[in-house]
Design a protein around this ligand. Structure first.
Ligand code: F6R
Length: 610
């Protein structure tokens, strides 16, 4: 994720942009930059590091970076290393068109080749720079039209804002699946990734929807569709206070982050899905090694461990490679037997968890190759590994992991598909189908969260006083149960247990009575029939079943009392949906009990001690 902000109006914009970036810093903070139109040209300043570095760089311009139309950006690197050249804004060859972009342009290499052939000179390694050159190529005095034409050439998922020295009182934004909002002030306007960026200046906002272009001037805004037709957009009044603003209008960070899951998955997949396979060239582990890999061993803690479990099923099913899974704190002390043909994957959102780091170091000492899957650039895990696969969920503030979990699962799917491709274990059309399903996931996740929020709240209110919850699942349903049970105990302090449903009769069945809610993950899978039998066994003991099922699967509804349905795409991908009702259930129960979900007792976001 990156944060973008723009201002157009009568005021000196530098400090307004800096303040906007400060509010957006949670979206990325590896580098930042500003561009401002001044006396017929555009000045720009970039800095590597957090906003303090940009503040110092701006101070060194001795006031030269001044003007009243400008754009700013805070970056979370995707394409291109963290350098001043790769920081945004980017510009065209003449330096007159500047842009800031959040997201990924998937067809950037082909566009760049075409633009270079036409004489464009690139100054960065980013995908975003093509947008500036493309707009410049189309610019014929009308920046809005140039952005519209450029937008129609772009593929990917992004939001950007463009500005030109030749059209000094307009900013033009475009949105495709990444957030963008307009702020309407008195004789001045803002455009940003999120409302808090300008909330101290105006509370009047207009939402930019998917596939829309907006021209912003000091007098207001004009919305158009990609075909050039005009669109109407109402102005909404936002009544958030400071604290709510930081949470983007949500009551808690956890809820905000649950809603950000579509974005987290989209960003993690962006640029990594090709026509019929995955593109993971930059993970630092060679294809030769992966083709010859003897065994994959996944180590992690807590929620990251559950993401790894989903990955294990996907790797085994698709790539037919043996996978071992262990909790990092166990692995490191069990004197594991490793070889040079083993790949150890350490999954850690923070990249700083002491046990996971120790397990990764041990694996390396014993000759295995180590791949880190982490959300944090520059974290210790990135230094203790031979290769890194980044999740791109953005900063997660709620202590209970939500959006970082779905991003980790998405990363595991990418890796499993890559391995399957290298080992030739999936028919091309099956692979193509999985890639298409993955591509559709962000959109489906966004819809799902909205659709199930209210029904899940009702279920939560019904069960909020229960003293114990049992979670049952099989195969890919099991890690989702483990994760759902962890979420509930973390934020509500209610004792929970999660079991492989087949194990129920070997013990946990003794816990069931007519007061016990049993959460069953019963999405489509080759073992659904077995799961249905387990649900029937639960009901026969008088306990109550809350089931998560695939859409249209009436069979589950016949057995369970309360059912939350999730989209029915390839069954192995359904964990990415199935976890969402369980996160919401935990969240709503904790809220109904009046608890602080963002900072549950005794927990810490990063566990740097063993
Ligand atoms: C649960 C949670 C923890 C972490 C665990 C590992 O909501 O957040 O269980 O998943 O502490 O943390 P990372 O992924 O940073 O290594």
């Amino acid at each position: 994720m990156c944060g973008i902000i723009g201002y157009v109006g009568p005021r000196e914009c530098r400090d307004l942009l800096m303040e906007g970036l400060r509010r957006l810093e949670y979206r990325g903070y590896d580098s930042a930059g500003l561009s401002v139109v001044r006396k017929g040209s555009v000045g720009s300043v970039h800095a590597v590091g957090n906003l303090e570095q940009l503040r110092n760089a701006v101070a060194q311009t001795n006031g030269h970076l001044s003007g009243s139309t400008g754009i700013g950006h805070t970056r979370w690197a995707t394409h291109g290393r963290v350098t001043e050249e790769n920081a945004h804004p980017h510009w065209d060859t003449s330096g007159r068109v500047h842009i800031v972009l959040n997201g990924i342009v998937e067809n950037w290499t082909e566009l760049r080749d075409r633009l270079v052939a036409n004489g464009a000179e690139f100054t960065s390694e980013t995908d975003a720079e093509v947008v500036a050159h493309l707009i410049s190529e189309y610019f014929d005095g009308d920046l809005v039209e140039a952005v519209r034409l450029a937008y129609n050439d772009l593929r990917g998922h992004y939001a950007f804002v463009a500005m030109s020295a030749d059209a000094p009182s307009v900013l033009v934004g475009a949105r495709k699946e990444c957030p963008l909002v307009v702020g309407i002030g008195e004789g001045e306007s803002f455009i940003a990734s999120a409302i808090p960026a300008f909330l101290s200046e105006t509370r009047r906002v207009q939402l930019v929807h998917d596939g829309e272009i907006v021209a912003v001037t000091p007098d207001g805004s004009r919305f158009i569709a990609p075909d050039g037709s005009a669109l109407e957009r109402a102005v909404d009044e936002v009544d958030w206070d400071e604290e709510e603003a930081e949470k983007g209008g949500y009551e808690t960070f956890m809820l905000k982050e649950i809603h950000e899951q579509a974005d987290a998955v989209a960003e993690t997949l962006a640029g990594r899905l090709g026509e019929d396979g995955v593109e993971l060239e930059d993970i630092g582990i060679s294809d030769e090694f992966l083709k010859d890999v003897r065994r994959v061993i996944i180590v992690a803690c807590g929620t990251s461990y559950h993401a790894g479990l989903v990955g294990r099923y996907a790797i085994e099913w698709w790539a037919r490679r043996p996978v071992e899974m262990d909790i990092a704190s166990e692995f490191r002390y069990r004197n594991p037997v490793l070889s040079e043909r083993d790949l150890v994957i350490g999954i850690s959102q923070s990249g700083e968890t002491a046990d996971t780091l120790a397990a990764m170091r041990l694996a390396r000492e014993r000759g295995a190759k180590v791949l880190a899957i982490t959300n944090i650039m520059g974290s210790q895990a990135t230094r203790d590994a031979d290769g890194v696969l980044f999740t791109r969920a953005g900063l997660e503030i709620g202590v209970a992991a939500t959006k970082t979990f779905v991003a980790q699962v998405a990363a595991m799917y990418l890796f499993a598909l890559k391995l399957a491709e290298l080992h030739g274990t999936l028919e091309p059309e099956v692979r193509r189908g999985l890639v298409e399903d993955l591509r559709s996931m962000p959109h489906l996740i966004a819809q799902l969260v909205d659709e199930i929020e209210e029904p899940t709240r009702r279920i939560a209110r019904h069960w909020k006083d229960s003293e114990f919850f049992l979670y049952l699942g099989r195969h890919i349903g099991l890690p989702i149960c483990l994760e759902g049970a962890l979420k509930l105990k973390e934020v509500s302090y209610i004792p929970t247990d999660a079991y492989a449903a087949g194990e129920m009769k070997h013990g946990p069945i003794a816990l069931l009575d007519e007061n016990t809610p049993v959460v069953c993950v019963a999405t489509d899978s080759p073992v659904l029939d077995k799961m249905l039998s387990n649900i029937a066994e639960v009901r026969a003991r008088g306990a109550h079943v809350i089931a998560v099922a695939s859409e249209g699967s009436g069979r589950v509804a016949e057995h369970a009392e309360q059912v939350v349905e999730v989209p029915a795409i390839d069954w192995l991908l359904q964990p990415l949906f199935a976890v969402i009702p369980l996160q919401l259930l935990a969240y709503e129960i904790a809220c109904a009990r009046g608890l602080n979900v963002d900072q549950p007792r005794n927990l810490a976001k990063t566990v740097t001690v063993e």
